[in-house]
Design a protein around this ligand. Sequence first.
Ligand SMILES: [Zn+2]
Length: 76
Amino acid sequence: MSESKFNSSVVPPEHDGASKTGEHRVIRKSEWVPGHHPEPHKRDGTRSGYIEHYLKCVRCGVEVLNKMDFPDECRG
Ligand SMILES: [Zn+2]
């Protein structure tokens, strides 16, 4: 009985269809990150972590915080 998978796969997708960014097939993801949020005004003192939202290309597997950070080429 392992509960370790609970962290990253518990958040349901907001849309079942991926959107396209250039050559990439992009989905929105959320992940629980232990520790304090890097931006102090977003910290919640009652928690030991925060939810980080990011974007992932389902073809090449690149993960970025901002869709402008995707490389031009999708090597998926
Ligand atoms: Zn890609």
